[in-house]
Design a protein around this ligand. Structure first.
Ligand SMILES: C[S@@+](CC[C@H](N)C(=O)[O-])C[C@H]1O[C@@H](n2cnc3c(N)ncnc32)[C@H](O)[C@@H]1O
Length: 340
């Protein structure tokens, strides 16, 4: 699954898994409470662990439900089959609505701002038609929970592939790119059963941390000031199936209530401490970058209060320059805390 998402660990999954499996017994349980694309949740499940996946935002929960809980193509009784459900997504007639108005090159945003070029007019109207269809089927009770998630998962992936952005949805490009002019595409997923028992939920890790009854927890918090709720507002709107006010030039949904404490220099250290206090697992693994809001020495001092700390690091090529370039490489760190 190619997915532009800040901190997506797909490229690092084997390395992280290597460390986790060297410590954690086979068939143990592990939580991934900041699961994002659910790349690590899936990797843990494939390795034989029972996984609890969660995130503060809604679209990661949709991904986790699809990637962890759908182990074979859902029946989709209303369409006749999974393939027929995909055929419907491909062929439904475009129907200009909220996405077309607020987020397309042909739109006229409600607040009177210039058209927002996140999508071509055609793609936005196609997205609107699919959203309407899923909402109608959902409210008529024609979809199981997993089927509902699988449709939204597809819609998010296909929307992401044609979004006219440079990386996140913080803003759009000034001209429609070649990728944005391609039609939405819906390729079948590869479903695969995994041996563990998996659970998916939603909530801030600071709140649900104490309810995670797993042998291990893998934390992958944001490490820059970029808030996921704002930078991925369009994916959140797809997952929530709502039509929020689109604010300002960029059309962001109001996101401040979903702001993460891990993104602010003043509160990130406290968020780590607060989270670790709540976790009950014997093993906590934490991904963090050397560029993080919390410095290496501060993080080391926080983690050492909770257990024996081992740090692993991997030099990674940088994708973009920023204020702390070191030979074009950044050190990705994985901490293992074995609780006292
Ligand atoms: C670095 S990303 C995780 C990437 C993920 N491991 C992957 O491979 O796609 C950080 C995630 O943490 C979530 N997040 C931020 N603050 C959170 C909090 N306080 N509680 C739970 N999730 C949070 C964000 O929504 C985002 O999905």
């Amino acid at each position: 699954m190619s997915y532009r998402y800040l901190g997506n660990k797909t490229r690092l999954a084997d390395w992280i898994l290597g460390v986790v499996t060297s410590v954690l017994a086979p068939r143990a349980s592990i939580a991934d409470p900041m699961c994002g694309t659910a790349a690590m949740s899936k990797a843990f499940a494939r390795a034989g662990y029972s996984v609890t996946a969660a995130d503060a935002l809604t679209f990661p929960v949709i991904h986790a439900r699809t990637r962890l809980l759908a182990e074979s193509p859902p029946a989709f009784a209303i369409f006749g089959s999974y393939d027929a459900a995909l055929a419907w997504m491909r062929s439904v007639a475009p129907e200009p609505g909220y996405f077309h108005r607020e987020f397309s090159a042909e739109g006229r945003p409600m607040n009177g701002r210039e058209p927002r070029l996140y999508f071509s007019g055609h793609n936005a109207a196609h997205i609107d038609a699919i959203r309407n269809g899923i909402r109608t089927l959902g409210s008529a009770g024609d979809l199981t929970r997993i089927e509902h998630s699988v449709l939204l998962h597809h819609l998010i992936l296909s929307t992401n592939a044609v979004a006219n952005i440079t990386g996140t949805y913080g803003y759009f490009r000034s001209e429609l790119s070649a990728a944005a002019l391609r039609p939405l595409s819906f390729e079948p997923l590869e479903f695969e059963p995994t041996p563990g028992r998996h659970v998916v939920r939603q909530g801030d890790v600071e709140k649900i941390g104490s309810e995670l009854n797993t042998d291990a927890v893998y934390l992958d918090p944001p490490y820059t000031k970029r808030q996921y709720a704002g930078n991925y507002h369009i994916l959140e709107t797809l997952a929530r199936e709502d039509e929020p006010e689109a604010v300002g030039d960029g059309g962001l949904r109001p996101w401040k209530e979903q702001a993460s404490e891990f993104c602010y220099k003043r509160s990130a250290g406290h968020a780590f401490r607060d989270t670790l206090k709540r976790l009950r697992a014997t093993h906590v693994f934490i991904s963090y970058s050397e560029d993080g809001q919390v410095s290496e020495s501060e993080l080391d001092s926080i983690l050492s209060d909770f257990g024996k700390v081992t740090m692993y690091q991997l030099p990674l090529a940088r994708f973009r320059s920023n204020n702390r370039v070191k030979d074009g490489r950044v050190l990705e760190r994985l901490y293992h805390v074995e609780r006292f």
